[in-house]
Design a protein around this ligand. Structure first.
Ligand code: NAP
Length: 312
């Protein structure tokens, strides 16, 4: 069972942040101080390696980036992400310029070694899959990709075979599969039962909870790490709560924004390793990483959050 961590600054953490115990008048604002607190982490079951529970997704906002004016804010997002202890960046060869932009910016910032780069293979056929993987290595400017997942189960057997060979050869570290379509969930589940996988990536959000019926428990049983895509339903959840104020009980799990409300719901599921919300603005980054700090909702609170959303 997942041990819920509680948000409390230890004396050592206060001292690390440069704050003497008893010097409460000199405490910086809660927001600033919170940014000093390490991000909550979860372990990848197949190795025990820890990852922060919130990462960055690069679909859409990184897909059509050609000018420096478009790259500059993304550079700042990645710089701050690393600075704040972030690691996981999810991309794909099918996301237009995303792999190239991530690879270039990470190289410029010289932060490759502190990141966990995840991409996908979405080709048909053995040779096409290999060509796509070679292209990802080149675009991401790295000799080794942390995670490659078969995108939406495309040509699954062939691509998984290649990924396993590449893992053996040390060119990728973890192998997985992804989907974001409910119509694929049954086939996804079958693949999870039949194959040994380090990771799965699936859609799950406070208003899209189908994955928690079978896929998330199965992942826990099979020892697979879980990365959650579409945690805001591509922004759908923000629309749903437009004009609403956060319920006061959100403070019981150290949540101060809607984004944190939605993300804390996801990452408090015991089977979930991390979520990758789309983030292309520093304000969103700071907000979303706030979901990786403090208390997380327990089972009863999670039911309350579901009722709240279902009642809108
Ligand atoms: N099959 C697959 O493998 C698959 C499929 C889909 C997605 N994915 C992965 O999952 C990632 C996430 O999906 P997504 O980016 O499409 O959707 P999402 O994360 O559910 O939603 C992103 C949207 O939320 C908004 N947002 C982010 N942080 C916010 C904040 N703190 N406050 C207010 N709004 C905020 C963004 O606004 P702006 O538009 O203003 O930036 C963006 O529109 C993708 O980037 C991709 O890496 C994988």
């Amino acid at each position: 069972m997942y041990p819920y961590r509680h948000f409390r600054l230890s004396r050592r953490e206060l001292l690390t942040a440069g704050i003497g115990v008893g010097a409460s008048i000199l405490l910086p604002s809660a927001g600033l101080l919170a940014q000093e607190v390490p991000l909550l982490q979860r372990k990848i079951p197949s190795t025990g390696e820890s990852l922060p529970i919130i990462g960055i997704g690069t679909a859409r906002r990184y897909e059509a980036v050609t000018r420096e004016a478009e790259r500059a804010p993304l550079r700042e997002v990645l710089r701050r992400f690393k600075e704040m202890g972030g690691k996981v960046i999810d991309t794909a060869p099918s996301y237009g310029t995303a792999e190239t932009v991530v690879g270039d910016l990470v190289a410029e910032l010289a932060i490759r070694d502190s990141l966990f780069l995840a991409t996908k293979v979405g080709a048909r056929g053995h040779a096409a899959g290999i060509a796509q993987l070679e292209q990802s290595l080149k675009r991401l400017r790295t000799p080794r990709i942390d995670l490659v997942a078969v995108h939406n189960l495309q040509d699954i057997q062939t691509q998984l075979g290649t990924l396993r060979q590449w893992k053996q050869a040390g060119r990728i570290r973890y192998v997985g599969i992804t989907t974001s379509f409910e119509r694929q969930h049954a086939a996804f589940e079958q693949t999870m039962k039949a194959e040994t996988l380090d990771f799965i990536q699936v859609d799950y959000a406070l208003d899209n909870r189908k994955a928690d019926q079978r896929i998330l428990p199965l992942a826990a049983d099979r020892g697979m790490a879980v990365m959650i895509n579409l945690p805001f339903g591509r922004g759908r959840l923000f629309q749903a709560v437009q004009g609403q104020t956060l319920p006061p009980w959100a403070g019981e799990f150290d949540c101060s924004t809607w984004a944190q409300f939605f993300l804390k719901y996801i990452v408090s599921h015991p089977a979930v390793t991390c979520a990758v919300p789309g983030i292309a603005k520093v304000d969103y980054l700071v907000d979303n990483l706030g979901a990786a700090r403090g208390r997380l909702p327990g089972a009863a609170m999670r039911r309350r959050m579901e009722s709240f959303i279902d009642g809108l």
